[in-house]
Design a protein around this ligand. Structure first.
Ligand code: SAH
Length: 343
């Protein structure tokens, strides 16, 4: 079955379910080997880095799993100014970053006008860089304006492809239908689009993961974010167990085989869940790492979950440590925009 997945890039729902439920060390290693092989066929041993700028932890949404949900009164809130964001890009550029990812809560302060200003300025200063946005759900018109201002990519995880499961993770004002609508809009506007989900989120069943994988295969995103769920103590899911690193790695490999060209990060959550998690992710088929470029004094406030790792790559020492850890496993961090390979 795993060879069929490698050769055809697809499996039926029944086969995927079997693969997820019946994980053996043999299956795990075969999946990992073939995913690594496929990844090397498409991207060689290059690892793309993205400079993550967490511009605000103020959010109008109240997702049950997320530490910066508006209902959490324990977070110290912050937002960066336009100049602070540009200064993150400036130091990142000098270090070799050629993609900046603006991620934040759905902070109403950041209107389209402000984002247009930020994107226009980044593109004017650094025309050889890609700008990725991860701002949550916005209207079609808004996505359109930001795209026209020069944004290249947009990351918005679908979180779960099962509507009922979605409603167990989010309050009533949020629905899978509107998330999917937003993802379709992004794609139609020509963004390189990223979807994805958490592994081991509360109430998740193997059948939900099958739906996630089938959705990913059908949607054909350029990027897929998959990381373990990690509890944050001041959220309704604060006492739920963390998702499995082993299953996350297994799903990264399956995703690489379903979509050979996909840009697949070894996520911060994976690195936070287990020491060496990022390296294991790369060995399982991932080809992107997203170090943090946010100013050090706000790092510990962007607490999506507890014990969140902050890869200190804002300094040359931090980035060199990342380069070394990748070299040690046979991979090479490159200075490149790192766009998705085309068919
Ligand atoms: N507001 C943006 C960015 C959200 S944070 C948006 O709506 O897209 C980025 C991702 O972090 C989320 O999509 C979610 O999948 C992940 N995340 C949030 N809380 C988490 C937790 N407790 N454990 C693991 N991942 C989490």
């Amino acid at each position: 079955m795993i060879h069929k997945l490698y050769e055809t890039g697809s499996l039926t729902a029944e086969e995927l379910l079997d693969l997820i439920i019946n994980r053996t060390p043999e299956r795990r290693e075969l999946l990992r080997e073939l995913a690594e092989k496929r990844r090397q066929e498409v991207y060689g041993r290059d690892v793309f880095i993205r400079g993550l700028i967490e511009f605000s932890n103020i959010c109008r949404q109240n997702c049950y799993y997320c530490g910066i949900r508006c209902g959490n009164t324990k977070v110290q809130r912050y937002r960066l100014t336009v100049d602070e964001i540009l200064s993150c890009c400036h130091s990142g550029y000098k270090l070799g970053f050629r993609t900046f990812v603006l991620q934040g809560g759905e902070d109403p302060h950041f209107t389209d006008d402000i984002f247009v200003e930020i994107i226009t300025k980044i593109k004017a200063f650094y025309p050889d860089c890609a700008v990725s946005l991860s701002l949550g759900e916005r209207s079609y018109e808004s996505f359109k304006r930001l795209r026209e201002a020069g944004a290249d990519r947009y990351l918005m995880r679908h979180e779960t492809a099962d509507a009922e499961h979605y409603s167990m993770l989010h309050p009533e004002n949020l629905s899978l239908a509107s998330r999917m609508e937003a993802l379709k809009n992004l794609k139609s506007l020509g963004y390189q689009t990223g979807c994805g989900f958490m592994v081991g989120s509360p109430f998740q069943k193997p059948e939900h993961i099958v739906k996630d994988l089938l959705f990913i295969k059908e949607f054909q995103p350029e990027m897929v974010g998959i990381g373990p769920f990690m509890p944050q103590k001041d959220t309704p899911f604060g006492d739920k167990p963390a998702g499995s690193v082993e299953l996350t790695l297994y799903l990264l490999s399956i995703t690489r085989l379903l979509l050979p060209n996909v840009l697949l990060p070894a996520t911060t959550a994976l690195g936070s869940a287990q020491q060496g998690g990022r390296e294991s992710g790369v060995l399982a088929g991932a080809n992107v790492v997203m170090p943090n470029l946010s100013p050090t004094d706000v790092r510990d406030k962007y607490t999506l979950y507890d014990n969140k790792l902050s890869i200190g790559a804002e300094s040359i020492e931090g980035l060199n440590a990342l380069r070394k850890s990748m070299r040690d496993i046979g991979y090479e961090v490159v200075t490149d925009r790192g766009d998705a390979a085309r068919e």
